[in-house]
Design a protein around this ligand. Sequence first.
Ligand SMILES: [Mn+2]
Length: 346
Amino acid sequence: MSAAGAESWASNTTVAEAASFLRAAKRVVVLTHSKADGDALGSTLALARTLGRVGVEATPWYFGALPHWGKLAIADTTVELGAEGRHPPNDAEAVVVLDTGAWEQLFEVRAWLEGRAEQTIVIDHHLRGDADVGSRRIVETLASAVCELVTPLCVELLGVDGPEHLPVDIAEPLYLGLATDTGWFRYSNVTAASMRLAAALLDAGIDQPKLYRTVELCERPARLRLMAAALNSLELHDQDRVAIMTIRQSDMREAKAAPGDAGGFADLALAVASVRVGVVLFETPKKNGQEPLTRISMRSKALDDDSVDVNEVAQRLGGGGHARAAGARAQGTVDEVKARVLEALT
Ligand SMILES: [Mn+2]
């Protein structure tokens, strides 16, 4: 099998079939993209808790930094933190990959996951993925969050009448993914379906103010110092339409920041009227003998016409994502990568 283009990155199975496949497994490994975000954590936790309730041992494995509130979201659910040389057990009978289907976002676990496509289900809402990650796929690119796609699977597995009847410890992580991937229901990916699901999950009894406080109002002071450094680095290009911020390892040290403190800044510059695309370039820590690597995050403004398709730009840089939010990891120093990003954008 080869990489799937937009035409083949589509569902080839149903929720009912996915549910019966997972029910038949004894041990399930639940994976998501490197550096799990709210949707990645929420979908993996909701599915693992659901499978646990129906007698299937399911363990999420996370690679890369987690958000600082990750522990609160995980609570007493058993999860594993993977690393180089620390990968899931080989006797897993089934694998679920959530919120990505791209090798590029699964690089830390790729060596373990490769060759397991027959046992693997991918559930994703991104525009592209690699067809050889999993033989079964549920893909809906119009879903605002992968939690929107995992919800019917949880409902099916538990045999309840709808999301409003889900146990609150499953409804809550689903809401977490929905809320964070839509910027708390502000982004252009919000649909009537996402609002209906949010309403149903509220009916299930989740505590939305508490969740908002946990995720959005609990930053460490280092995060604000890092934000100040990022804003200080702001450059405007292409008649003030492209905003680029840079975070270097020296900024991380001065702010006493942890890797998880650096995400989500690409949004900030979109507040400026003329700006159509916000870009953050993150200098990754140097590894001995390896080429410098720069992480690129891009956000674009939803405009009536002429919105920039950052997924398309990210793909040209070796990454991907969504039309309004995408990223890539590129070889080269921050300054080298900046020149390439600007060339791709202008
Ligand atoms: Mn997502």
